[in-house]
Design a protein around this ligand. Sequence first.
Ligand code: SF4
Length: 94
Amino acid sequence: MSRAPRVRAPRLRTDWMADAACVHMPGLPWIENPRRVPDILLDLMAEACAGCPVRASCETFADQAHITAGFWAGESRHHLQVDDFHVGDDGWAA
Ligand code: SF4
Protein backbone atom coordinates (compact mmCIF):
# COMPACT_ATOMS: atom_id res chain seq x y z
CA MET A 1 0.00 0.00 0.00
CA SER A 2 1.48 3.33 -1.01
CA ARG A 3 1.02 6.50 0.92
CA ALA A 4 0.61 10.00 -0.37
CA PRO A 5 3.70 12.11 0.21
CA ARG A 6 3.57 14.08 3.42
CA VAL A 7 3.43 17.81 2.97
CA ARG A 8 4.85 19.74 5.85
CA ALA A 9 3.24 23.12 6.25
CA PRO A 10 5.43 25.90 7.56
CA ARG A 11 4.80 26.81 11.15
CA LEU A 12 3.45 30.26 11.64
CA ARG A 13 5.02 32.30 14.42
CA THR A 14 2.65 33.11 17.25
CA ASP A 15 5.05 34.40 19.90
CA TRP A 16 4.07 37.99 19.07
CA MET A 17 0.54 37.33 20.36
CA ALA A 18 1.76 37.68 23.94
CA ASP A 19 2.16 41.42 23.33
CA ALA A 20 -1.13 41.92 21.50
CA ALA A 21 -3.21 44.84 22.76
CA CYS A 22 -6.43 42.90 22.17
CA VAL A 23 -5.64 40.31 24.83
CA HIS A 24 -6.32 43.05 27.36
CA MET A 25 -9.71 43.83 25.76
CA PRO A 26 -11.54 40.50 25.66
CA GLY A 27 -14.94 42.17 25.88
CA LEU A 28 -14.73 43.57 22.35
CA PRO A 29 -16.23 41.51 19.48
CA TRP A 30 -12.94 40.62 17.74
CA ILE A 31 -14.38 37.60 15.94
CA GLU A 32 -17.94 38.77 15.35
CA ASN A 33 -19.31 39.49 11.88
CA PRO A 34 -18.86 43.28 11.53
CA ARG A 35 -22.39 43.65 10.16
CA ARG A 36 -23.59 42.77 13.65
CA VAL A 37 -21.18 45.11 15.45
CA PRO A 38 -22.06 48.73 16.26
CA ASP A 39 -19.73 51.28 14.67
CA ILE A 40 -18.54 52.49 18.05
CA LEU A 41 -17.16 49.04 18.85
CA LEU A 42 -15.49 48.77 15.44
CA ASP A 43 -13.91 52.17 16.15
CA LEU A 44 -12.67 50.98 19.55
CA MET A 45 -11.05 47.91 18.01
CA ALA A 46 -9.45 49.99 15.26
CA GLU A 47 -8.11 52.36 17.90
CA ALA A 48 -6.65 49.46 19.88
CA CYS A 49 -4.97 48.11 16.76
CA ALA A 50 -3.58 51.54 15.86
CA GLY A 51 -1.61 51.55 19.10
CA CYS A 52 -0.77 47.86 19.16
CA PRO A 53 2.96 47.10 19.30
CA VAL A 54 2.58 43.93 17.22
CA ARG A 55 0.29 45.18 14.50
CA ALA A 56 2.69 44.34 11.67
CA SER A 57 3.14 40.79 12.93
CA CYS A 58 -0.63 40.48 13.32
CA GLU A 59 -1.22 41.51 9.72
CA THR A 60 1.48 39.16 8.42
CA PHE A 61 0.05 36.27 10.41
CA ALA A 62 -3.50 36.94 9.20
CA ASP A 63 -2.30 37.06 5.58
CA GLN A 64 -0.15 33.95 5.84
CA ALA A 65 -2.90 32.00 7.56
CA HIS A 66 -5.48 33.15 4.97
CA ILE A 67 -7.75 34.43 7.69
CA THR A 68 -11.10 35.50 6.30
CA ALA A 69 -12.96 36.39 9.48
CA GLY A 70 -12.56 38.50 12.53
CA PHE A 71 -10.90 41.83 13.14
CA TRP A 72 -7.13 41.77 12.64
CA ALA A 73 -4.56 44.55 12.38
CA GLY A 74 -7.08 47.34 12.27
CA GLU A 75 -9.68 45.96 9.92
CA SER A 76 -12.33 43.35 9.49
CA ARG A 77 -11.35 40.43 7.27
CA HIS A 78 -14.90 39.24 6.59
CA HIS A 79 -14.82 40.66 3.07
CA LEU A 80 -11.82 38.48 2.10
CA GLN A 81 -12.01 35.12 0.37
CA VAL A 82 -9.25 32.53 0.31
CA ASP A 83 -8.87 33.28 -3.41
CA ASP A 84 -7.83 36.83 -2.49
CA PHE A 85 -4.45 35.58 -1.31
CA HIS A 86 -1.50 34.88 -3.54
CA VAL A 87 -0.56 31.32 -2.72
CA GLY A 88 3.06 30.30 -3.21
CA ASP A 89 4.41 26.97 -4.36
CA ASP A 90 4.38 25.77 -0.77
CA GLY A 91 0.64 26.30 -0.52
CA TRP A 92 0.89 29.28 1.80
CA ALA A 93 0.30 32.94 1.18
CA ALA A 94 3.39 34.65 -0.10
S1 SF4 B 1 -3.22 44.66 15.70
FE1 SF4 B 1 -5.24 44.55 16.66
S2 SF4 B 1 -6.00 42.47 16.28
FE2 SF4 B 1 -3.78 42.49 15.89
S3 SF4 B 1 -2.83 41.84 17.80
FE3 SF4 B 1 -2.90 44.07 17.83
S4 SF4 B 1 -4.82 44.62 18.86
FE4 SF4 B 1 -4.95 42.45 18.28
